[in-house]
Design a protein around this ligand. Sequence first.
Ligand code: FAD
Ligand code: NAD
Ligand code: SF4
Ligand code: FES
Length: 811
Amino acid sequence: MNTTNKKKLVLVGNGMAGVRAVEHLLKLAPQAYDITIIGAEPHPNYNRIMLSSVLAGGASLREIVINDWDWYEDNGIRLLAGHRVTDIDSQSKRVFTDQGETVAYDSLILATGSDPFMLPLPGADKEGVIAFRDIKDCEMMMETSKKYKKAIVIGGGLLGLEAARGLLHLGMEVSVVHIHHYLMERQLDETAANMLQSELERQGMKFLLRKNSGTILGKKRVTGLSFTDGTEEAGDLIVMAVGIRPSVGLAREAGIEVNRGIVVNDYMETSVKDVYAVGECAEHRGIAYGLVAPLYEQGAVLAKRLAGVETSGYAGSVTSTKLKVSGVDVFSAGRYDEPPGSRAMRYQDEIDGVYKKIVLQDDKLIGAVLFGDTSDGAQLFSVIKSGESVAGREKELLLGLAPGAKAVSPTERLQAMPDDEIICGCNGVSKGAIGEAILVKGCKSVGEIKACTKASGSCGGCKPLVEGLLAIYAGDDAVVNAKEGICGCTSLDRDEIVAEIKRMALKSIKEVMNVLEWRKPEGCSKCRPSLNYYLGMLWPEEYIDEKESRITNERYHANIQKDGTYSVVPRIYGGVTSPSELKKIAEVAEKFEVPMVKFTGGQRLDLLGVKKEDLPRMWEELDMPSGHAYGKTLRTVKTCVGSTFCRFGTQDSIGMGIRLEREFERLNTPSKVKLAVSGCPRNCAESTIKDFGVVAIDGGWELHVGGNGGVHVRATDLLCVVKTEDEVVEWASAFLQYYRENAQWNERTSNWIERVGIDAVKRALESKEERKALGERIRKTLSLTTDPWKQIVKDDTLRKNFEPLTEPQTV
Ligand SMILES: Cc1cc2nc3c(=O)[nH]c(=O)nc-3n(C[C@H](O)[C@H](O)[C@H](O)COP(=O)(O)OP(=O)(O)OC[C@H]3O[C@@H](n4cnc5c(N)ncnc54)[C@H](O)[C@@H]3O)c2cc1C
Ligand SMILES: NC(=O)c1ccc[n+]([C@@H]2O[C@H](COP(=O)([O-])OP(=O)(O)OC[C@H]3O[C@@H](n4cnc5c(N)ncnc54)[C@H](O)[C@@H]3O)[C@@H](O)[C@H]2O)c1
Ligand code: SF4
Ligand code: FES
């Protein structure tokens, strides 16, 4: 039973369209619903569009998250990530997931997106045959490129070409197999497609046109592809990008009317009461869209409907596309294909590689294709959407020139645009809204405009226009000098903020935001934890840590897992335990029916799958220090057996490791910190991929810093060589405190050292005096730390945080 009187809203599909509708709803009626989002992918909501950029090296997976885990928590949304809804019972109004959850709803939104179409070729189940739809596919391509050389992409549409560009970037040879006689026939005419093909060939892509795929070759893993004309192409990876199908199985099984997509009316209502559909899975007036701009329009209408706000409904969209391949400018909008009764006008400059075509019908512009120079795209698209008469203006539209007029610069064109013209198609942001963000809300950079309006936050195609508007409204200098603040709430960077906090002795997050004129008085999930860290680092004795400003894992002192459970990792110093300690851990694991006990990469025991409400009792019974496996703090000190048992060992690596772990446990750091100690240069504890790595040598220790074994592997830089264990501690103290005082919040030592350079760090630590001062400061901070779980188990108020807030919405 639901303890509040709010209606229960369940969203199936944690993707772009559904979550955008929820974002709108939270703005219109924040208190109207208890919201549960169920998503099959084990990730928070991310920008699928940007997967192409991730593959092409333009963004990291972390950067494409739209709403992080904290967003759900901050908005009181229950998220079931990694749950696939398998059934809907629209009579009893419940949905069921493959993880055994049953969730009741009053209103249900289906936003299940699409499934990539996989050609049913013989051998399509072989290893190395994938689609390109989600993070998993993207990671698979990145992994494959490390081991294999040759990729085949089937499908020369938008997705196939973006995948092929990414694979080229990853160092693979790429052949694109296309069924049609020219590329992107769903967006381009033959002339533009041929120009595109030449450019992509120049970049290294190979094309096999008019090819019908036959059989996927290979034993367990793919080795190539044969075609129906008897030819073959070798390949170690096959990416199928031959279109998508709306994901409608769930709706069909539930008796909801389904055609190609889930059939909806102008209010996104399906044939079943209180069930809505939005996004690629929905079919509106016979069309299932496959681009975000129309899906976001649908989301805005649905949110109004759910909030009880009047809306004239969704009337369908004209779409435009832009290929996201660097070095190639291609734009297509509306009826590029010259339907009967239309006429086309073309301009081609073969020297500069520019091609433009506009399609007209009854004096109206109905379509456009641009290659080589797409700067007129936004304007043409807006004329298409307006449906206005363009009689007499055709040449101007094609060439950007009024008859007899001088050439119009992009700035002049932007200036002349009406305020209601859409600049960012992906997010539906008009010129007027961007102007307001700059002039009224004081945005000073593209990043701030993005934070304020979302413009440029998806495909990024509109970024030049946003920059152009910034220059017009705030002056050219604004673009040149525009520096990005730590987030969209401020234009100040980390160093400026820390300097101001020191100079004005600011002592709370609220005070910092007030005095430094934060744009959003409550801040955001990026600046609040940063300020909390900087204040704690600067004023260890006075500043009271603001728990609400910590990221979710640090608030609960446990790692949240993809199914919403938590993990318990007790501290085991240096990775050395005892039979009695192991027995105790085993007993607690058994008593609380912990589904999995696992050794971590840092030599600790991880009890996984723990319910939030069991955490305090488990820690009470364990009676061990927290392993801090969840925080931006010292995680583990990994050790090898060293001279205690190993015949190669020159020093006591276990003793050194335990000493370091006891010295620095509980330390707050800008990002997580991992240490390791190896007993000889064979380096069995992998010290040279740790933040601070110690390697024993004859008569001393090498100290290495800035290593990382994660996504971007980085080997350490040698900081210095010392003789004694005390010196190891002295240098570790100085290094860690210097990192605490100088790095940005959330910056690993590897990124920080890459940014500032190892020489700068060496110089800063070379004076004994300075090391001493840094050591004193770190010891002061360490003396004030306490074990979070020891506190929680003793304090009833703190324990209450772990009780379920409302009764679960399961029945
Ligand atoms: C690589 C790539 C690049 C793209 N580039 C562009 C671009 O530049 N411009 C553009 O406009 N569009 C682009 N698109 C298309 C755009 O990403 C989609 O149109 C958009 O993501 C669709 O949003 P959606 O919410 O309908 O579906 P999705 O974002 O696919 O979300 C649906 C979610 O529902 C989940 N789901 C499905 N069934 C269930 C179930 N039964 N239970 C629980 N969860 C379920 C899925 O796992 C998925 O996470 C691109 C797509 C890809 C793959
Ligand atoms: N920049 C962007 O806007 C962008 C980028 C990527 C994806 N997307 C969207 O994602 C969705 C999927 O993209 P897509 O490119 O897969 O779909 P698509 O339908 O646009 O293109 C598929 C292409 O595959 C070709 N094809 C079909 N069967 C084939 C076969 N047997 N052999 C070889 N080629 C074959 C088709 O001729 C077509 O050109 C679309 O909705 C697209 O709009 C958009
Ligand atoms: S690093 Fe050297 S001392 Fe340590 S286990 Fe390996 S070989 Fe033995
Ligand atoms: S047009 Fe895609 S982000 Fe603006």
